[in-house]
Design a protein around this ligand. Structure first.
Ligand code: GTP
Ligand code: MG
Length: 601
């Protein structure tokens, strides 16, 4: 019999070390008849022979070697079934592993059992795990107060723990569906009702599991599909591409208009290419599949496909997150890490720590770095804009991991997008790209004819520096080489396109924005565009990068001293300026970034 989504559920069991997670699971397996025949007896027999007391937790270890008799357990996952449905219980050995898996999507749990030892009471990890569950968006939680036998099944002990823990959980917005007094060891309130707790008239553990609701598949949310890959049809003359990925939420039909973010490019869905399902005209959450487009637009892995007409995700370089740090090395400001959201991976820096939350007591700690196991509220800044959702809206596309040196070192969820210096411009650009009416000649065809990739060469430096002569020599040289090239001084824009702007410092950014828009058109023509402007700084460059693909921008600073914070690709000193050598160096740089397709004669 195959198991449908409806009758299967993933549950995670968490709790402080030794509070009895494995024992509760072992008991659950035994009391629901989920163990292979004779297993319980053989484990008990084995204990007797080695004169060690039997533990229900041993069942889990014993089952690990069970390959031959149908696997009941693998790694930290236990499979069993009730009359109602099948369960996978994830026994989170290290909660860090679990967190990592939850965030990366390696495992998903819809509900949780949280175990607290009645004799020891609420411990640091009891609280930390509660916090973690709330951070991961697991809202269905049942708390098991275990080892009730050690406190003589005293109702007062149970009530006190319930009260204390509830106070904590209410602060983080978690409301457990139930508290159950149990004894894993004696099997009290696990799969039956027991006289030891006659004062308790609630559900037992098995009933509590069966009460959890399977979450509805998020088909009714806005469509989100991180682009995993773009495949080319191989048949001759067919130049369509399949945009492939796994749909996180929503649904997309043939004929819908899709937009790709952060680029803002859009097109109409020409066909749906669903895996294993021929003739289907839509894809929806949970499915791996793809679609082709009516127009060929340039889309790459890492963009997020969304549906026009539905709520859009955020697009930003700056956002506030709740972050859980896993690495021994603390997370520090200024260091470059990578962030992975969906299928996109970009460089990221820790901009600011707004607060470190001590997850065990919700107090805040004053620290200037995020240490192992800290939960931090912080602001991150990425090198390139990312598309994402906020955790309150669509949790799947708000989750991220931080990677340092090929290892996952942290993870978390995005709480909100932060306005930054280029967010207004990015908004314009999104609309601009959305409204942009494309001609029938594609960028790829232009590039093929011109044997070059459109590129923007920015020559900047102090006011006194002669940048124009260099720009014109470069233009001359590239033209002689047979290249399609154009020189544009910022002055050309200033007195034409910018005629309505007063020239002052405040308008500097707007001048640059307009220059970038003009450059965008010239680049769309397929040209190599050389621009000159004085004293450009990093913020100006960010404005330009918001409009133009950063990969095709080359920045050159002219003059001995770099007087702004701009990051240059090439630095030309005063006495080098006299030589023709610097033109050759710029050309070489362009070759390196792949501007020219082949060497012309
Ligand atoms: P870790 O996996 O190491 O975090 O521990 P755990 O939470 O899985 O605890 P485990 O089930 O291994 O139990 C730890 C100890 O508590 C064992 O010695 C159990 O026998 C004991 N224990 C578990 N449940 C009960 C119970 O209901 N009553 C009593 N008296 N002891 C229990
Ligand atoms: Mg255990």
């Amino acid at each position: 019999m195959s198991i449908t989504e409806q009758d299967q559920m993933n549950i995670v069991i968490v709790g402080h070390v030794d509070h009895g997670k494995s024992t509760v699971i072992g008991r659950l397996l035994a009391d629901t008849g989920s163990l292979p025949d004779g297993k319980l007896e053989s484990v008990k027999e084995n204990c007797k022979r080695n004169s060690k007391p039997f533990e229900y937790a041993f069942l889990l270890d014993a089952l690990k070697d069970e390959q031959a008799q149908g696997i009941t357990i693998d790694a930290a996952r236990v499979f069993f079934k009730s009359d109602k449905r099948h369960y996978i219980i994830i026994d989170a050995p290290g909660h860090i592993e679990f967190l990592k898996n939850m965030i990366t999507g390696a495992s998903r749990a819809e509900a949780a059992l949280l175990v607290i030892d009645a004799a020891e009471g609420v411990q640091e990890n009891s609280r930390r795990h509660g916090y973690m569950l709330s951070m991961l968006g697991i809202k269905q939680v049942v708390v098991l107060v275990n080892k009730m036998d050690l406190v003589e099944y005293d109702e007062k002990v149970f009530n006190a723990i319930q009260k204390e823990y509830n106070e904590f959980l209410s602060k983080i917005g978690l409301k457990p569906a139930a508290y159950i007094p149990v004894s894993g060891m004696n099997g009290v309130n696990i799969a039956g009702k027991n006289s030891e707790t006659s004062w308790f008239d609630g559900m037992n553990v098995l009933e509590a599991l069966d009460m959890f609701q399977v979450e509805a598949a998020p088909h009714d949310k806005p469509f989100r599909m991180p682009v995993q890959d773009v495949y080319k049809f191989t048949r001759f003359g067919d130049n369509r591409r399949i945009i492939a990925g796994t749909v996180e939420t929503g649904r997309l039909h043939k004929g819908d208009t899709v937009m790709f973010l952060p680029s803002g490019k859009k097109s109409v869905v020409d066909s749906i290419e669903a895996v294993h399902k021929d003739g289907q005209d839509f894809i929806e959450s949970g499915m791996a599949g793809g679609f082709t487009l009516a127009e060929q637009i340039y889309v790459t892995r890492g963009e997020m496909a969304v549906k026009v007409g539905e709520a859009y995700p955020e697009v930003s370089t700056t956002f506030q997150v709740s972050l859980f740090w896993l690495a021994h090395q603390p997370m520090v400001e200024k260091k470059e890490y990578f962030i992975k959201i969906g299928t996109s991976k970009v460089a990221v820096k820790l901009e600011k720590i707004n607060g470190i939350i001590d997850a065990s007591n919700l107090g805040s700690l004053e620290k200037n770095q995020v240490e192992r196991h800290d939960v931090a509220d912080c602001t991150l800044v990425t090198q390139k804009a990312l598309a994402f959702d906020l955790s309150d809206e669509i949790s799947a596309t708000s989750r991220f991991v931080i990677i340092d040196n090929y290892e996952i070192t942290g993870g978390g969820i995005i709480r909100k997008s932060v306005e930054n210096t280029t967010s207004d411009i990015r908004n314009h650009i999104q609309i601009r790209n959305y409204k942009w009416e494309k001609g029938s000649v594609t960028m790829a065809r232009r590039a093929e004819r011109l044997c070059q990739r459109p590129t923007l060469v920015i020559i900047t430096g102090g006011k006194e520096q002669d940048k124009k002569t260099l720009a014109k020599s470069l233009e001359e040289k590239l033209f002689e080489d047979g290249r399609y090239v154009y020189y544009l001084g910022i002055g050309n824009v200033k007195y034409g396109v910018d005629a309505d702007l007063v020239e002052n410092k405040q308008n500097g950014r707007e001048h640059v924005r307009r220059l970038a828009e003009v450059a965008h058109i010239v680049l769309d023509l397929g040209a190599v565009l050389i621009v000159t402007a004085s004293d450009l700084d990093q913020e100006h460059l960010e404005v330009i990068k918001a409009s133009i693909n950063p990969e095709v921008i080359q920045t050159i600073w002219v003059g001995n001293e770099v007087t702004t914070d701009i990051q240059n690709d090439l630095h030309i000193l005063d006495d080098e300026l006299e030589t023709t050598d610097c033109v050759a160096r710029i050309k070489e740089n362009l070759q390196d970034i792949g501007t020219f397709f082949k060497v012309w004669n």
